[in-house]
Ligand binder design. Structure first.
Ligand code: ZN
Ligand code: ZN
Length: 274
């Protein structure tokens, strides 16, 4: 009884304290002075900036120089080699330090309201190029069931659910399944990223995607291997088109080519083969 009273007292005190002394910005630790629904200061929100300027017409990779955009349909090196299985992809902004902290809040702290904020940004991106994103269903990139059980939720779905609502699309969170788990190591090389997702996604048994135009949603575009593997699974099952959208994109400035390693390109229809 006494223990219960102590717990209740402590919870009440914490609730009061959080009103009187709100938690600092979850990204930079500065005191929050704005009355926002997000525990992120205005400066940090402003630094989660959208890409501006020319990009690859297919995968959305921003061009760092104007020279690359001379062609009528500007394509990056990877897309000139038809690397990806999706028809098009775009990302909201760069995966920099603050963006990585923000995505971490979504991924590990289940900050649902941030999912809504990102969804609003992605909606703007989609409305700017509606022809790329004509879709019948919105599908979040799934986690492996073991990972989802452990985490309790899928961060891509925290973005996809409010985005589907804004776009008035049905949410097809059940359509794709990840059948191959991600290796436990946190950091993977570019080659490993491609290898670990190859054939890692399937259409859920008993569902159909024939002739559907799919909008795939994920948090980060690193090498494009994940969106590629999902798109190949969807297309093999008859999807008409697949457009991907992610909140952030990793820009590999050191390497001009972030696409599928050459030795993996030979078997372009390898979905489900592992
Ligand atoms: Zn901040
Ligand atoms: Zn490209």
């Amino acid at each position: 009884m006494l223990v219960n009273s102590v717990v209740i007292f402590r919870e009440t005190l914490e609730a009061l304290t959080s009103v009187l002394f709100p938690a600092p910005c979850q990204i930079c630790d500065s005191v929050l002075t704005n009355a926002s629904l997000l525990p992120i200061c205005n400066g940090c929100l402003a630094s989660l900036a959208p890409f501006k300027g020319p990009c690859c017409a297919t995968c959305g990779r921003p061009f760092l120089s104007e020279i690359a955009t001379d062609a009528a349909v500007p394509l990056c090196f990877a897309c000139r080699r038809s690397t990806y299985g999706f028809d098009s992809a775009r990302s909201y902004g760069e995966y920099n330090d603050r963006m990585s902290r923000a995505i971490g809040l979504l991924k590990y702290e289940r900050l649902t309201r941030l999912g809504g904020w990102f969804a609003a940004r992605l909606e703007e991106k989609i409305r700017a190029e509606p022809e790329l994103f004509a879709a019948d269903v919105a599908v979040p990139v799934p986690l492996h069931p073991a990972r989802q059980r452990e985490r309790g939720y899928n961060q891509a779905e925290l973005i996809a659910r409010p985005l589907a609502r804004k776009l008035k699309l049905p949410l097809g969170a059940y359509l794709l399944v990840r059948t191959k788990p991600r290796p436990p190591r946190l950091l993977l090389s570019r080659r490993e990223r491609w290898q670990t997702v190859r054939g890692a996604y399937e259409i859920r048994k008993g569902t159909r995607v024939d002739n559907l135009r799919v909008l795939l949603i994920d948090d980060v575009f690193t090498t494009g291997a994940t969106l590629d593997a999902c798109a190949r699974a969807l297309k093999q099952a008859g999807a008409k088109s697949v457009a991907g959208i992610t909140v952030a994109r990793v820009l590999s400035r050191g390497s001009a080519f972030s696409g599928r390693p050459a030795e993996l390109s030979k078997n372009q229809t390898s979905v489900g083969s592992i």
